[in-house]
Design a protein around this ligand. Structure first.
Ligand code: GLC
Length: 721
């Protein structure tokens, strides 16, 4: 507070500007097209934080130069998008959701923190806690999926992985920033940046919990979202930011706008100019203006004219200074920046192993007629490796700008590392339509692949979406694979029935035809640096797949948004029952192709009947729920035992079921374990007819199984009298 009182108004406003690192790394940028805001050299030099620059030597140099020019030598904050790893790239968050393994996700975040902290970074714009239910939206790849409970668990895991549980000053820790507040993941028509229309109840029951959990876990910052909610853009939404985020959730940290979002209040049409945009944003409690000049060119005038109180500036700057202090930057402005440590940690074997272990647990075995695992002895069966992803190292996902694809392990590398000296492979087609090839070239590629498939005992067909066809500004109305790849698939299946499809994607895809014709389908998402090794581990049985879908695979894009926690409606349709006047399609089923929580294994598990410690529950009671789980197959494996609860009646319509617990267990063949959960009254709460967050008396059902479609259940009654 003392420092704040010594600062001039100019200095305070400077703290509220975040500048792209490009301006510090390349003088030319100032006069180039990036400088859309017309920043002056002076304004850039005074910004309080820098976005997107990394590197111990570089950031140390910038910090030194910056602080010398600062009247009070206030250190810069260095922030960047470390979404799924820094130099060692982990699977995309949507894949991490499929692990149902918070401790592993936390370790991945901790590795990213160690590597980026040594590179001088102070804060990452992660976790992205946006709930997602529409596979057309490209940024589903950054989320951990369609379920609020799973997203809560993993948002906490990531915050604790980045920040630790003690102090941000701890070596190898960075501050986390949960985003995008709020409900960016529900854009109309799945089109990025589009309007979000949610009821207050859906917003509170489904979309806010993961952000709230990140706040409860002590997340240092929150980023506003581009979208509107109730026709109010988040960066100017006072009720959302002050009443809900700061008031109800008790968030006391820094709120930063998304890139350009304050100036976008003008394009949304709620601000007539940047000056009004600055007013709306600062009144909403947005502390840092990312990459526009709204604050630095307008706040002074707004204060001098008495339109905005300087107290608003003081509270914002105090939060920024407090974050710098919590990171220990006033004592050590360079924190963990250390070039030799940076190089030693980047992609070290320990980190690679963590990435490989995680990648294995993200893979979801969607189908297997018994063809997998493959025989490792090449002489025993001739395996052909075909497809555009065979040798591709572009398997990092869209948000991994600090990872170098050359350091990735492709599938072909993975097989070589398994001892396959000679790999029979053919590309078959390009990754994207046409791929700049002549028809003749394409024809030749296809023929070579088909000939190879014809001669092989089995085919591993590595297909998928290009890594940049998901991510920001990458929405798709058609979520099938490119035509070239489907042509390759059909032709290969014509000549060989033993086809294993390894599917790369940043989103659930429409893979109906593939799931019908292939002998096996393994969804590997964007698996990161160790992808090829992890895929080879699973294909040859050195690892048993255990991933469970964090987001439903739609039967067709016509279904989206599709998710397991749907509502019954007044005219529920029962699959297989022919009725006209019910909620259904004429041409496709209501159910997704593969549901949330689904995933196969190389072994089988028997989950016994649900045992309840009581059938009657008072408010302070807890019901113990138990099942026995037995590995009834021939190999060890992990099963994700999931608990869902159905509130049979409510003062408002309730989802058909909601995830309220999961446990991932490892069992040897024949081994049996009891898995227990507890039901507490708090798990039964929702926003009732009066918008109170309460539970209600009445009948409940609890289901326990290995997917959201399990029917293995029992009943109990909650009695609040
Ligand atoms: C982008 C993204 C946001 C990211 C920010 C900084 O537009 O929406 O997720 O953190 O800009 O790169």
């Amino acid at each position: 507070m003392e420092l704040l009182n010594e600062m001039s108004l100019e200095e305070k406003i400077d703290q509220m500007l975040q500048m792209s690192g490009m301006f510090y790394e390349d003088e030319g940028v100032l006069t180039g097209p990036v400088n859309t805001a017309g920043f002056t050299e002076e304004e850039i030099r005074q910004a309080g934080s820098v976005l997107g620059s990394v590197g111990a030597e570089k950031l140390t140099k910038i910090q030194k130069e910056y602080m010398e020019k600062q009247p009070h030598h206030i250190p810069l904050l260095f922030m960047a998008d470390i979404i799924n790893g820094f130099r060692t790239i982990f699977p995309i968050p949507l894949a991490q959701g499929c692990t149902f393994h918070p401790a592993l996700v936390e370790e991945g975040a901790a590795v990213a923190a160690r590597e980026s902290a040594a590179a001088g970074l102070h804060l990452t714009f992660s976790p992205m806690a946006d709930l997602v239910r529409d596979a057309r939206w490209g940024r589903v790849m950054e989320s951990t999926g369609e379920d609020a409970w799973l997203n809560r668990c993993l948002a906490r895991a990531m915050v604790e992985g980045y920040q630790g549980r003690e102090s941000l000053r701890e070596k190898g820790r960075i501050a986390a920033c949960v985003k995008h507040f709020a409900a960016y993941g529900a854009p109309m028509a799945g089109r990025d940046y589009n309007t979000v229309e949610l009821s207050e109840r859906t917003l509170r029951d489904d979309y806010l919990p993961a952000y709230q959990e990140a706040v409860a876990a002590g997340v240092a910052a929150v980023m506003t979202s581009f979208n509107t909610l109730d026709r109010i853009p988040s960066s100017g939404n006072r009720r959302l930011m002050r009443e809900i985020l700061r008031g109800e959730m008790g968030f006391g940290g820094v709120v930063i706008s998304d890139w350009g979002a304050i100036e976008e209040l003008c394009r949304h049409g709620v601000a007539k100019d940047n000056r009004e945009a600055a007013k709306l944003a600062v009144e909403a409690g947005v502390d840092i203006d990312m990459m526009t000049s709204c604050y630095c060119k307008n706040l002074r005038g707004l204060i001098e004219e008495g339109i905005v109180s300087e107290a608003l500036i003081d509270e914002a700057v105090l939060r920024i200074l407090r974050l710098k202090n919590e990171l220990g930057l006033f004592e050590n402005p360079y924190k963990d920046a250390d070039a030799s440590e940076e190089n030693a940690l980047a992609l070290c074997q320990e980190h690679r192993q963590t990435a490989r272990n995680m990648a294995v647990e993200t893979f979801v075995l969607l189908k297997n007629d018994g063809i997998l695992p493959l025989e490792k002895e090449p002489e025993k069966e001739k395996i052909a490796l075909i497809g555009p992803y065979v040798s591709s190292k572009e398997i990092h996902g869209a948000w991994s700008m600090f990872g170098n694809p050359d350091t990735s392990v492709s599938i072909a590398d993975g097989l070589r590392n398994k001892g396959f000296e000679k790999i029979l492979s053919a590309q078959g087609c390009g990754l994207t339509e046409g791929f700049g090839r002549t028809a003749e070239d394409s024809g030749k590629l296809l023929r070579e692949a088909v000939e190879l498939a014809r001669s092989a005992d089995k085919v591993v067909l590595a297909l998928g979406e290009h890594r940049l066809h998901s991510g920001e500004a990458a929405s798709r109305a058609d979520i099938t694979l490119p035509a070239d790849q489907m042509e390759l698939f059909r032709n290969v299946c014509e000549v060989n029935k033993k086809v294993v499809v390894v599917l790369f994607s940043g989103r659930p895809l429409d893979i109906r035809e593939i799931s019908e014709k292939a002998a096996a389908v393994l969804a590997v998402w964007m698996p990161g640096t160790e992808g090829g090794n992890a895929i080879a581990d699973v294909l040859f049985g050195d690892a048993n797949p255990s991933g469970k879908l964090s987001m439903s695979f739609p039967y067709s894009v016509g279904q989206v948004p599709v998710f397991y926690g749907q509502f019954r409606t007044g005219r529920p349709h029962t699959e297989g029952v022919e009725e006209k006047y019910v909620s259904r399609y004429l041409d496709i089923p209501n159910k997704p192709l593969f549901p949330f929580g689904y995933g196969l294994s190389y072994t089988t598990f028997a989950i016994g009947p649900v045992q309840l410690s009581a059938q009657h529950m008072r408010k302070t009671d807890r019901i113990r729920v138990a099942v026995t789980v037995k590995n009834t197959g021939a190999v060890s494996g992990q099963e994700v035992v999931q608990m869902y609860i159905e509130d049979v009646h409510g003062s408002v319509v309730r989802p058909v079921r909601e995830l309220r617990g999961f446990s991932k267990i490892e069992l040897a063949p024949g081994e049996e374990k009891e898995v227990c959960f507890e039901i507490a009254e708090t798990m039964l709460r929702f926003h009732d007819i009066h918008m109170n967050d309460v539970s209600e008396d009445g009948a409940f059902k609890v289901y326990i199984g290995n997917s959201s479609e399990t029917a293995n259940g029992a009943s109990f009654v909650l009695d609040l009298r």
